[in-house]
Design a protein around this ligand. Structure first.
Ligand code: G3I
Length: 319
């Protein structure tokens, strides 16, 4: 019996899932589904700054290594997520009275240490995550407040110092189609490229809470970033619908939505699509968005593959 992973391998396509370290260690159903569906993994939380930096000056790589080791053992590619983000910062940050220079030195050490540790293992890093606000202005954050826009340039340069072979991505949500936010990200990345900053790609997260955006507009968006010379990955896909007017048989509709995005990827040269979790029961969506359908992923809670799994498999077998 061929699996979705087999189909992705045969199509030379990177189909990934976000994974958590705990169920990897303890839940055979979890890792069986993971191996059945995917040839790529992203750590859902384990490579973020908060989880990795329990105390000042201390790095804890336990969970991140567990994810990296699983990927290696099962011949899966690894997407690194994420070196610089405004969210999931260490708790102790709140009591740290830093100067701007100290913060910059801290960030440089973090990027050098983490990207350096996974050099040769992480194929693509989300170097900076979600630096742009929904209205297209720069997002207020610890980094932006202290360092200004240059923190992005610095972060990509520092990552490139220690992981020159990794593809270095800017990653964001709500910028999947052509819109105000993706316009702003386009200008941001164009400026960085003009300044010679080593940015290689843009990640479109594709958290779809009301079905996926218009595929034509997603394709147009992908094309303009490609024309800048950037790779595009779909990095965190899930598909839900508002409970109040969810389509009937929404799992069939969901399968079409997943297939539509894969179609855009295959047509526009996007070679990586990562889904944000393995089973519906692992998804972040029900906790954060209680008013949408609670089954956004490819496997159900019993580890049975859903229509979306089969739709992606058929489409990949068709390449
Ligand atoms: O494991 C900890 C535990 O030690 C802690 O004491 C407890 C109390 O907070 O919670 C547990 O941490 C939670 C963590 O997930 C692991 O389950 C955090 O509270 C919770 O906030 C965290 O949520 C994650 C979220 O990012 C944080 O913003 C989600 O799992 C993760 O799916 C989500 O992922 C983000 C991407 O990184 C960036 N794009 C958006 C995406 C969805 O929000």
């Amino acid at each position: 019996d061929t699996t979705l992973r087999d189909a992705a391998d045969a199509a030379d396509f990177r189909l990934g899932a976000a994974v958590a370290a705990d169920p990897l260690r303890t839940d055979a159903g979890y890792w069986t589904s993971l191996r059945r569906g995917f040839n790529t993994v992203t750590a859902e939380n384990a490579m973020k700054m908060g989880p990795m930096r329990p105390e000042p000056g201390v790095y804890d790589f336990t969970d991140a290594d567990a994810v990296a080791n699983f990927a290696e053992a099962h011949d899966m590619a690894l997407r690194g997520h994420t070196l610089v983000w405004h969210n999931q910062l260490p708790d102790w940050f709140q009591e740290w009275d830093y100067t701007d220079d100290q913060l910059a030195a801290f960030l440089r050490d973090h990027v050098h240490t983490v990207a350096g540790r996974y050099r040769g293992t992480v194929e693509a890093w989300d170097v900076v995550n979600e630096a742009v606000a929904d209205d297209g202005t720069m997002r207020d954050s610890v980094w932006y407040d202290a360092l200004g826009e240059r923190y992005l340039d610095d972060a990509f340069r520092w990552a490139n110092d220690v992981a020159p072979d990794a593809d270095l991505f800017y990653n964001d949500y709500g910028a999947d189609a052509v819109n105000e936010k993706s316009d702003a990200i386009y200008e941001l990345l164009e400026g960085m490229l003009d300044r010679g900053v080593p940015v290689d790609g843009v990640g479109l997260q594709m958290h779809a809470l009301d079905g996926v955006p218009d595929p034509e507009s997603v394709a147009e968006n992908v094309r303009r970033f490609s024309d800048l010379g950037l790779d595009v990955h779909v990095t965190e896909m899930d598909v839900a619908y508002p409970e109040a007017d969810a389509p009937e048989n929404h799992r069939e509709r969901q399968a079409e939505d997943y297939r539509d995005v894969l179609d855009v990827c295959l047509a526009e040269g996007v070679d990586t699509l990562v889904v944000w979790g393995v089973r519906d029961s692992d998804s972040w969506i029900p906790e954060w968005f209680p008013h949408v359908t609670e089954d956004p992923l490819l496997f159900d809670a019993s580890n049975d593959p859903k229509p979306a799994y089969h739709a992606l498999k058929e489409r990949l077998e068709d390449t």
